[in-house]
Design a protein around this ligand. Structure first.
Ligand code: TMP
Length: 200
Protein backbone atom coordinates (compact mmCIF):
# COMPACT_ATOMS: atom_id res chain seq x y z
CA UNK A 1 0.00 0.00 0.00
CA UNK A 2 1.15 3.55 -0.77
CA UNK A 3 2.55 5.38 2.23
CA UNK A 4 1.20 8.86 2.84
CA UNK A 5 3.37 11.93 2.62
CA UNK A 6 2.53 15.50 3.60
CA UNK A 7 4.31 18.07 1.42
CA UNK A 8 4.07 21.84 1.82
CA UNK A 9 5.28 24.48 -0.63
CA UNK A 10 5.93 27.90 0.88
CA UNK A 11 7.33 31.23 -0.25
CA UNK A 12 6.67 34.94 -0.65
CA UNK A 13 3.84 36.16 -2.87
CA UNK A 14 4.27 35.25 -6.55
CA UNK A 15 7.10 32.83 -5.72
CA UNK A 16 5.16 30.19 -7.67
CA UNK A 17 3.81 27.93 -4.91
CA UNK A 18 0.50 27.46 -6.75
CA UNK A 19 2.04 26.73 -10.16
CA UNK A 20 4.56 24.30 -8.68
CA UNK A 21 1.97 22.53 -6.49
CA UNK A 22 -0.11 21.79 -9.61
CA UNK A 23 2.91 20.65 -11.63
CA UNK A 24 4.07 18.42 -8.80
CA UNK A 25 0.62 16.85 -8.50
CA UNK A 26 0.63 16.03 -12.24
CA UNK A 27 4.14 14.60 -12.03
CA UNK A 28 3.36 12.34 -9.05
CA UNK A 29 0.05 11.16 -10.53
CA UNK A 30 1.96 10.30 -13.70
CA UNK A 31 4.10 8.02 -11.55
CA UNK A 32 0.97 6.31 -10.26
CA UNK A 33 0.63 7.96 -6.85
CA UNK A 34 -2.68 9.06 -5.33
CA UNK A 35 -2.31 12.80 -4.78
CA UNK A 36 -4.52 15.31 -2.98
CA UNK A 37 -3.78 18.97 -3.75
CA UNK A 38 -5.02 21.65 -1.40
CA UNK A 39 -4.16 25.22 -0.38
CA UNK A 40 -4.43 27.82 2.37
CA UNK A 41 -6.43 29.92 2.89
CA UNK A 42 -8.64 26.85 2.48
CA UNK A 43 -11.99 26.49 0.67
CA UNK A 44 -13.89 26.68 3.99
CA UNK A 45 -16.02 29.66 5.06
CA UNK A 46 -13.12 30.81 7.24
CA UNK A 47 -10.79 30.55 4.25
CA UNK A 48 -13.19 32.60 2.11
CA UNK A 49 -13.38 35.26 4.83
CA UNK A 50 -9.59 35.34 4.93
CA UNK A 51 -9.47 35.87 1.13
CA UNK A 52 -11.71 38.91 1.65
CA UNK A 53 -9.51 40.15 4.49
CA UNK A 54 -6.44 39.92 2.20
CA UNK A 55 -7.93 42.95 0.40
CA UNK A 56 -8.49 44.90 3.65
CA UNK A 57 -5.63 46.71 5.37
CA UNK A 58 -7.76 47.57 8.44
CA UNK A 59 -7.90 44.00 9.75
CA UNK A 60 -5.55 43.68 12.77
CA UNK A 61 -2.70 41.18 12.25
CA UNK A 62 -3.77 39.39 15.45
CA UNK A 63 -7.24 38.81 13.94
CA UNK A 64 -5.62 37.43 10.78
CA UNK A 65 -3.35 35.17 12.84
CA UNK A 66 -6.26 33.72 14.83
CA UNK A 67 -8.39 33.19 11.73
CA UNK A 68 -5.55 31.54 9.78
CA UNK A 69 -5.05 29.20 12.75
CA UNK A 70 -8.79 28.40 12.87
CA UNK A 71 -8.88 27.83 9.11
CA UNK A 72 -5.87 25.51 9.36
CA UNK A 73 -7.35 23.61 12.28
CA UNK A 74 -10.49 22.85 10.30
CA UNK A 75 -8.52 22.18 7.12
CA UNK A 76 -6.26 19.66 8.84
CA UNK A 77 -8.92 17.91 10.91
CA UNK A 78 -11.59 17.45 8.26
CA UNK A 79 -9.49 17.16 5.11
CA UNK A 80 -5.70 16.72 5.31
CA UNK A 81 -5.70 14.16 8.14
CA UNK A 82 -8.30 12.00 6.39
CA UNK A 83 -6.46 12.06 3.07
CA UNK A 84 -3.20 11.07 4.78
CA UNK A 85 -4.97 8.22 6.54
CA UNK A 86 -6.30 7.04 3.16
CA UNK A 87 -2.70 6.85 1.89
CA UNK A 88 -2.67 9.96 -0.29
CA UNK A 89 0.30 12.21 -0.90
CA UNK A 90 -1.07 15.56 0.25
CA UNK A 91 0.40 18.73 -1.26
CA UNK A 92 -0.57 21.96 0.47
CA UNK A 93 0.11 25.28 -1.22
CA UNK A 94 1.06 27.12 2.05
CA UNK A 95 0.60 25.99 5.66
CA UNK A 96 1.89 26.93 9.15
CA UNK A 97 5.10 28.62 7.98
CA UNK A 98 2.99 31.20 6.12
CA UNK A 99 1.42 32.20 9.45
CA UNK A 100 4.74 32.17 11.28
CA UNK A 101 6.30 34.41 8.64
CA UNK A 102 3.52 36.71 7.45
CA UNK A 103 1.76 37.30 10.77
CA UNK A 104 4.78 37.59 13.08
CA UNK A 105 6.52 40.27 11.02
CA UNK A 106 3.49 42.52 11.18
CA UNK A 107 3.20 43.11 14.89
CA UNK A 108 5.33 43.06 18.02
CA UNK A 109 2.37 41.41 19.73
CA UNK A 110 2.85 38.33 17.54
CA UNK A 111 5.79 36.07 18.34
CA UNK A 112 6.78 32.95 16.44
CA UNK A 113 6.12 30.98 19.66
CA UNK A 114 2.57 32.31 19.94
CA UNK A 115 1.80 31.44 16.32
CA UNK A 116 3.10 27.92 16.98
CA UNK A 117 0.98 27.72 20.14
CA UNK A 118 -2.30 28.62 18.40
CA UNK A 119 -1.44 26.13 15.64
CA UNK A 120 -0.48 23.29 17.95
CA UNK A 121 -3.52 21.11 17.25
CA UNK A 122 -2.58 20.30 13.66
CA UNK A 123 -0.15 17.76 12.18
CA UNK A 124 3.14 18.98 10.76
CA UNK A 125 4.32 18.38 7.19
CA UNK A 126 6.89 15.69 6.35
CA UNK A 127 8.59 18.02 3.88
CA UNK A 128 8.54 21.81 3.64
CA UNK A 129 10.06 23.43 0.56
CA UNK A 130 10.64 27.18 0.49
CA UNK A 131 10.55 28.78 -2.96
CA UNK A 132 12.86 31.75 -2.66
CA UNK A 133 12.45 34.73 -4.96
CA UNK A 134 13.53 38.34 -5.13
CA UNK A 135 10.30 40.32 -4.41
CA UNK A 136 11.07 42.76 -7.23
CA UNK A 137 11.06 39.89 -9.72
CA UNK A 138 7.99 38.35 -8.06
CA UNK A 139 5.88 41.50 -8.14
CA UNK A 140 6.89 42.35 -11.70
CA UNK A 141 4.89 39.21 -12.62
CA UNK A 142 1.67 40.77 -11.22
CA UNK A 143 -0.69 43.55 -12.36
CA UNK A 144 -0.89 46.48 -9.87
CA UNK A 145 -4.69 46.31 -9.52
CA UNK A 146 -4.54 42.64 -8.52
CA UNK A 147 -2.23 43.25 -5.57
CA UNK A 148 -3.30 42.12 -2.07
CA UNK A 149 -2.32 43.84 1.17
CA UNK A 150 0.95 41.93 1.67
CA UNK A 151 2.18 42.48 -1.87
CA UNK A 152 4.67 45.31 -1.56
CA UNK A 153 8.41 45.03 -1.98
CA UNK A 154 9.61 46.14 1.46
CA UNK A 155 7.11 43.86 3.23
CA UNK A 156 8.07 40.97 0.97
CA UNK A 157 11.78 41.57 1.66
CA UNK A 158 11.02 40.91 5.34
CA UNK A 159 8.96 37.86 4.38
CA UNK A 160 11.85 36.52 2.33
CA UNK A 161 14.41 37.04 5.10
CA UNK A 162 12.28 35.35 7.73
CA UNK A 163 11.55 32.37 5.44
CA UNK A 164 15.29 31.94 4.88
CA UNK A 165 16.00 32.22 8.61
CA UNK A 166 13.26 29.70 9.44
CA UNK A 167 14.54 27.32 6.75
CA UNK A 168 18.01 27.36 8.29
CA UNK A 169 16.63 26.77 11.79
CA UNK A 170 14.23 24.01 10.79
CA UNK A 171 16.23 22.36 7.98
CA UNK A 172 13.67 23.11 5.26
CA UNK A 173 14.64 22.82 1.60
CA UNK A 174 15.21 26.14 -0.18
CA UNK A 175 14.92 26.37 -3.97
CA UNK A 176 15.57 29.55 -5.92
CA UNK A 177 12.44 30.38 -7.86
CA UNK A 178 14.12 33.07 -10.00
CA UNK A 179 15.00 30.37 -12.54
CA UNK A 180 12.67 29.08 -15.28
CA UNK A 181 9.68 27.05 -14.13
CA UNK A 182 10.85 23.71 -15.59
CA UNK A 183 14.18 23.96 -13.79
CA UNK A 184 12.59 24.81 -10.43
CA UNK A 185 10.02 22.03 -10.81
CA UNK A 186 12.72 19.48 -11.61
CA UNK A 187 14.47 20.31 -8.34
CA UNK A 188 11.23 19.95 -6.39
CA UNK A 189 10.51 16.59 -8.04
CA UNK A 190 13.97 15.31 -7.17
CA UNK A 191 13.52 16.12 -3.47
CA UNK A 192 10.18 14.29 -3.38
CA UNK A 193 11.36 11.26 -5.37
CA UNK A 194 14.40 10.88 -3.07
CA UNK A 195 12.12 11.05 -0.04
CA UNK A 196 9.71 8.47 -1.49
CA UNK A 197 12.64 6.13 -2.29
CA UNK A 198 13.91 6.42 1.29
CA UNK A 199 10.46 5.51 2.60
CA UNK A 200 10.09 2.31 0.61
P1 TMP B 1 -1.74 33.11 -2.27
O1 TMP B 1 -3.10 32.67 -2.68
O2 TMP B 1 -1.04 33.89 -3.35
O3 TMP B 1 -0.93 32.04 -1.66
O4 TMP B 1 -1.99 34.24 -1.18
C1 TMP B 1 -2.31 33.97 0.11
C2 TMP B 1 -1.86 35.18 0.92
O5 TMP B 1 -2.21 34.92 2.29
C3 TMP B 1 -0.36 35.43 0.87
O6 TMP B 1 -0.12 36.83 0.83
C4 TMP B 1 0.12 34.89 2.20
C5 TMP B 1 -1.08 35.10 3.11
N1 TMP B 1 -1.12 34.14 4.22
C6 TMP B 1 -0.87 34.60 5.49
O7 TMP B 1 -0.61 35.77 5.70
N2 TMP B 1 -0.90 33.69 6.52
C7 TMP B 1 -1.19 32.38 6.34
O8 TMP B 1 -1.22 31.59 7.31
C8 TMP B 1 -1.47 31.92 5.00
C9 TMP B 1 -1.81 30.49 4.76
C10 TMP B 1 -1.42 32.83 3.98
Amino acid sequence: MQKSLFIVLEGGDAAGTTTHSHLLKGFLEGKGFKVHLTQEPSQSKIGKLLREFLKNKDIPPTTDALLFAADRNLHYKIEIKNKLEEGFIVISDRYIESSIVYQSIQSHEISVEWVKEINKFVGLPDITIILDIDPKIALARKEDEDLEKFEDTSFLDKVRNLYLQRAKQEGYYIISSDAIIEFVQEKIQKIIIDKLKNMS
